[in-house]
Design a protein around this ligand. Structure first.
Ligand SMILES: [Zn+2]
Length: 119
């Protein structure tokens, strides 16, 4: 008998055996929701426990999500009394943006905003 595996994983609080299940959605890292995540869950208090292997899998999946996310990271700076965000050179070139270009800012809930060129 292999100790640990055969004995199962017990909830430290309830002292009952945790069940292996699949969580429909779990945020291993904020902003990167994973779907169908394997985890042990206490049938009594619903506390979740991950084995080292399960945690490694979530980490790998989170990294993969990040690599597929497209975006540019910028720091907000201050110019006079205005807060400024620089436009990445790649986008300037791709979108043919020149000084004097008019843009429109569309707020998105509390997440931020989208900037679109106006013609
Ligand atoms: Zn419990």
């Amino acid at each position: 008998m292999v100790k640990g595996i055969e004995e199962g994983i017990f909830c430290a609080k309830c002292n009952v055996k945790m069940k292996l299940g699949v969580l429909p959605k779990y945020n291993y890292e904020d902003g990167y929701p994973l779907h169908n995540v394997k985890a042990y869950q206490c049938p009594r208090c619903n506390k979740i426990f991950f084995t080292e292997e399960q945690a490694h899998e979530m980490e790998a999946r989170t990294t993969e999500l990040k690599e597929h996310e497209f975006g540019f990271e910028r720091t907000v700076t201050l110019s006079g009394k205005s807060l400024m965000v620089g436009i990445p050179a790649e986008l300037v070139e791709h979108l043919h943006i020149k000084k004097g270009q008019k843009v429109k800012i569309f707020p998105i809930a509390k997440e931020g905003f989208i900037i679109k060129k106006t013609y």
